[in-house]
Design a protein around this ligand. Sequence first.
Ligand code: GDP
Ligand code: FE
Ligand code: FE
Ligand code: FE
Length: 196
Amino acid sequence: LAYTGIYTDWTREAILAEVEKQMKPSRFQHVLRVEACSIQLAEKYGAAVEACSLAALLHDFSKEHDPESMKAIVLSEGMDSEMTGYGSEIMHGPVGAYYAKTLFGITDEAILGAIRQHTIGGETMTLIGKVLFIADYIESGRAFKGVDEARRLAEDSLDEAAYFKIEKTIIHLVKKELPIYPGTIYVYNSWIQRKV
Ligand code: GDP
Ligand code: FE
Ligand code: FE
Ligand code: FE
């Protein structure tokens, strides 16, 4: 998949090399599987394939970055400072979107939003955002209880799969007695209130 240059001047190969430098090999393999899954979902649901590929390659760019450097970006960019209380988990999406824009020159708001929202989802999500949100959850290397159900739902509806991920993530966090970022609850509320 060669890039056309509409979203970034970087070639796919240069992006892969830069992404690989940011993380351990196992996470880089996850990124490649998220891309493969994103392309499949994009073709199935009619999303822009190149945009979904780029969002996938960059989605975990900041996941292993030093939390202090992420914190500095959150504060200087005026992002929600509450995010800094959850290690890298909540910050890495929004901070990854910051690098997508400033390092890779991406201005497409659907790509940036997809990266920004990939961990917790959003009250409103674009098709590209839903593709990344689901691909990150069901890529072929994922093996948690419930992943088969998520994959089955994604065969029929990205919204059903997204709702499933949002609900299961809250249940998982409560069971593990992990603190829940208010934005995570906000997204859950907005999806459950829309559910018929
Ligand atoms: P990954 O980057 O590919 O590992 O996947 P994600 O970006 O989707 O998620 C990163 C982690 O953040 C997962 O383990 C989620 O369970 C976790 N997470 C999502 N929402 C919250 C939250 O509100 N609070 C906490 N503590 N963790 C969360
Ligand atoms: Fe992530
Ligand atoms: Fe991921
Ligand atoms: Fe995930």
